[in-house]
Design a protein around this ligand. Structure first.
Ligand SMILES: Cc1cc2nc3c(=O)[nH]c(=O)nc-3n(C[C@H](O)[C@H](O)[C@H](O)COP(=O)(O)OP(=O)(O)OC[C@H]3O[C@@H](n4cnc5c(N)ncnc54)[C@H](O)[C@@H]3O)c2cc1C
Length: 444
């Protein structure tokens, strides 16, 4: 590396929305930045469910961090897992024993879904957070249909395929609607022994209505649109146990070939390693300037943090908020270096949207509320615009047009075939199909 005068070192943990936008805002400024992530790519999480539902391929919604930041001469990218900190000596510790010093630290390690003290449910009810989760969920969904088809072919028995989505927030609504579309449209002609359109998709929400952060009107419209797609919307329905092939709702066990989890927040465990105050979900309590009390050099942003901003509202766990916080933390560091006063953070709410199936959505911008195809078009424009990289935007737009015209998915591939995932395998006298032991890995 070329010799440069000593410049303040900024370490950023996490190349998600918060960390990436902080790095971009510090790009080509008079600081040395190191962005650490345990993945080599940034994932555009709002479109993950489309990978899970075989509409998009992983490469269309994820880009290598190194490539995104290639023009930022002062930003280094480091692949590694952060495991701890020495906030007194200002050092970050990595899993492989390496350590890095910093003058400023921005921690943006995000959150996952919480299982309300039942982490053992995760194996039977995976959540959607990473590309790996999406590919795993896609395999489970497709395998459920394959298993039913196999039973019909080999034993003549028709089995009903049951899907359960737990959590009626935007992710749960998107997943439930998209599974219904997958069963009704994308796969209907591909399976010959079973009728995929008879699959049952149930969405469970513990509260009286879905989309609790949206208005009642949008919630009602989303429910209506889901029902039109054939989704059974079960509100006031708390899931109290999950087992292979079934879930318990109140006192009743209900068959579920695939259960997906889309509720609760559990902050990244490295928040606790900072040794500062956290809430029950493990999120770090931060000051209006996004730093941690007593540590002006340490910023925690995005889903890992909790803040009531200057407008008196709780900053939501959304990509838009993490992005704005990433830019604001970077700006406050630069203000320090220029001798200016730091600015308190105010979240700019530009609206909320949730898709319902392939071509419907609900959208709210202040008092304006939209639903149906128009809301979906708004949702698509916003999401394509926010995707990183021109190539991804073009590829995603093309896939959507193709999916709209053909009603087909782009990549309905099962990448790992493990019999343990199927709960309705027709074992009686059925020969094992060729290739059932191995992994069928094809282009994703
Ligand atoms: C399925 C889904 C759909 C969503 N849809 C929307 C939507 O439509 N609109 C919206 O606004 N928001 C949406 N969100 C929420 C949004 O994606 C999050 O609020 C946002 O990603 C938070 O950004 P972040 O930077 O805090 O964390 P993340 O984007 O989660 O990034 C965290 C990064 O930290 C890295 N990391 C974690 N721990 C470590 C470690 N120990 N060492 C090194 N690296 C680490 C991770 O690999 C990751 O890259 C959605 C979320 C999901 C899961």
């Amino acid at each position: 590396m070329k010799d440069r005068p000593e410049r303040p070192k900024v370490v950023i943990i996490g190349g998600g929305f918060g960390g990436l936008y902080a790095a971009k805002a510090l790009s080509n400024e008079a600081v040395e930045v190191t962005l650490i992530d345990r993945k080599n790519h940034h994932t555009f999480q709002p479109l993950l469910y489309q990978v899970a539902l075989a509409v998009l391929s992983p490469g269309e919604i994820a880009s290598p961090l190194r490539h995104i930041l290639r023009k930022a001469r002062n930003v280094q990218t480091l692949l590694g897992e952060v495991t701890g900190f020495d906030t007194t000596a200002r050092r970050v510790k990595l899993l492989d024993g390496a350590e890095l010093g910093y003058d400023y630290l921005i921690v943006a390690a995000g959150a996952r879904h919480a299982y309300f003290g039942h982490d053992e449910w995760e194996g039977d009810a995976p959540g959607l957070k990473t590309i790996e989760d999406a590919v795993e969920i896609r395999s489970r969904l497709l395998l459920a249909f394959e298993t039913a088809e196999r039973a019909a072919l080999l034993t003549g028995r028709q089995t009903l395929v049951n899907f359960a989505v737990v959590g009626g927030g935007p992710t749960g609504v998107e997943l439930a609607g998209a599974i219904a579309d997958l069963a009704r449209l994308a796969l209907a002609k591909d399976f010959k022994a079973i009728d995929t359109t008879t699959a049952r998709v149930r969405l469970y929400e513990g509260l009286p209505r879905i989309l609790g952060t949206f208005s009642e009107e949008s919630s009602r419209r989303a429910t209506q649109q889901l029902q039109e797609l054939g989704v059974e919307v079960c509100t006031d329905s708390m899931v109290t146990a999950v087992e292979p092939g079934r879930i318990k709702v109140a006192a009743q066990w209900i068959a579920a070939d695939v259960t997906l989890w889309a509720t609760g927040v559990a902050a990244s465990s490295i928040g606790k390693e900072l040794g500062v105050e956290t809430d029950r979900a493990g999120r770090v309590l931060i000051e209006p300037d996004l730093s941690v009390p007593g540590h002006r050099e340490l910023f925690v942003i995005g889903d890992l943090s909790v803040l009531t901003d200057t407008s008196g509202k709780r900053v939501p766990g959304l990509a838009a908020a993490a992005t704005q916080q990433g830019k604001a933390a970077a700006e406050n560091i630069l203000r320090d270096l220029h001798g200016d006063t730091r600015l308190p953070f105010t979240y700019k709410d530009r609206g909320s949207m949730a898709t319902v199936g392939r071509h419907r959505a609900v959208a709210e911008f202040g008092n304006r509320k939209y639903s149906g195809l128009f809301a979906w078009l708004l949702w698509s424009v916003v999401h394509v615009f926010l995707l990183i990289g021109f190539r991804s935007r073009l590829a995603v737009m093309w896939q959507w047009v193709w999916a709209y015209l053909t009603r087909a998915g782009s990549s309905p591939l099962i990448t790992e075939y493990q019999q343990t995932h199927s709960h309705a395998t027709p074992t009686e006298h059925a020969p094992t199909p060729a290739g059932s032991k191995g992994a069928a890995v094809t282009k994703q």
